[in-house]
Design a protein. Structure first.
Length: 144
C-alpha cells in the first residue's frame, strides 16, 4: 500500500486536512508549500494560470537510482507545459533546476525526501528566477 501522499501546490492546506481525514492514519499526507521569497512568483504563476496564459512548471522528485534522462515525462495541455523528472540526489536536482529555469520554467515543486539543506540548495540555485515549493507535513507526522 501507499505510506505517503504528497499533494501539489495547487491544493490549499484545507485539502491536506481532508485527505488526511479520509485516509485515517493509513498514510502520511503532505502538501507543497512555498517560502516568503517565492510568494510573488507563485502569485504571478497563479494569475497566468487563471487567465489561461501558457505556463511552464516542473516537478522534481528525489528517487534513489533515478536517471533524469530516462525518468522524465512531459505533458502539454491547454498551453500549459509540465515536466516531471526523477533525480537520484540533490546535486542532480540543482543541475536540473538550473536547466529548467534556463528553459523558461516558471514554477518548480520538489517531491520525495528532499531535506532542508537539499531544498535550500535548489532554491539558491535558481536564484529567484522561479518559485520553488517543497512537500511539508503537519505536526501529526511527528507522532508515533
Amino acid at each position: 500500500g501507499v505510506d505517503r501522499i504528497a499533494l501539489c501546490g495547487g491544493f490549499a492546506l484545507p485539502w491536506r486536512a481532508r485527505v488526511a481525514a479520509a485516509v485515517a492514519g493509513r498514510a502520511l499526507v503532505g502538501s507543497v508549500g512555498y517560502a516568503f521569497e517565492s510568494l510573488a512568483g507563485v502569485a504571478a504563476y497563479k494569475a497566468n494560470f487563471e487567465a489561461g496564459r501558457p505556463s511552464r512548471e516542473a516537478l522534481i522528485s528525489l528517487e534513489p537510482g533515478a536517471d533524469p534522462a530516462a525518468d522524465r515525462s512531459v505533458r502539454e495541455a491547454g498551453g500549459h507545459h509540465t515536466t516531471m523528472i526523477a533525480v537520484p540526489d540533490t546535486e542532480t536536482a540543482v543541475r536540473i533546476a538550473r536547466g529548467l529555469v534556463a528553459d523558461g520554467v516558471t514554477l518548480i515543486e520538489l517531491f520525495g525526501d528532499f531535506d532542508s539543506a537539499g531544498t535550500a540548495a535548489v532554491i539558491e540555485a535558481v536564484d529567484g528566477r522561479s518559485p520553488v515549493g517543497w512537500v511539508g507535513y503537519g505536526t501529526e507526522s511527528l507522532a508515533g
